[in-house]
Write a protein that binds this ligand. Structure first.
Ligand code: AMP
Length: 178
């Protein structure tokens, strides 16, 4: 039994979404539960270590948790977005998916000096998304040492990929398999 089994029970699994064989870990059912949502934010914020200047959150479900954790920590929020959404000068990073590639963008002037940035997303699977965001944040001058997720899928190795980049990885719940 882990201390977060109450939260794990609120995350719904949808088989074969978006494609055959994927067990989609659906956090929308956690968000619907006021107490569960509040506890998930409190527990993510409690995992944050050191002096944090900014939270960076990955679109879209990362925004939900990242914004609330930023509020809990009393810091600002950087949005790491899908392409074509940001109006100002921006930098971008391309990264490989299982089939094809994708990109992320952030505003070029979002990081001021060498700020300590905490990276947040809802879930880490292979770590491709988080590693891409990490690379872009570091290129922008951010000091990133920690990443937090509601869900870790340890069998896919994403946490190890981030740890190899010098990142402390924290998560609330783990699910076996993909
Ligand atoms: P990855 O880049 O492989 O670590 O995938 C992480 C991103 O894809 C996160 O933004 C997740 O929201 C989403 N994702 C990947 N696999 C799943 C899954 N099994 N259930 C829900 N979301 C997933």
């Amino acid at each position: 039994m882990s201390g977060n089994d109450d939260l794990k029970a609120l995350i719904r699994t949808i088989p074969d979404f978006p494609t055959q064989g994927i067990a989609f870990r659906d956090i929308t059912t956690l968000l619907l539960d006021a107490e569960g949502f509040a506890k998930s934010i409190d527990r993510l914020a409690a995992l944050a270590s050191g002096d944090i200047d900014l939270v960076a959150a990955i679109e879209a479900r990362g925004f939900v948790f990242g914004a609330a954790v930023a509020k809990a920590l009393g810091v600002g929020l950087v949005l790491v977005r899908k392409p074509g959404k940001l109006p100002g000068g921006k930098r971008s990073v391309d990264y490989a998916l299982e089939y094809g590639s994708d990109s992320l963008e952030m505003h070029d002037d979002a990081i001021r000096g060498d700020q300590n940035v905490l990276l947040i997303d809802d879930l880490i699977a292979t770590g491709g998304t988080a590693c891409a965001a990490l690379g872009m944040l570091r290129e922008a001058g951010a000091r990133v040492t920690q990443a937090l997720f509601v869900v870790n899928l340890p069998d896919l190795g994403g946490a190890e990929r981030l740890e190899a980049e010098g990142i402390m990885v924290g998560s609330l719940v783990e699910f076996e398999g993909e």
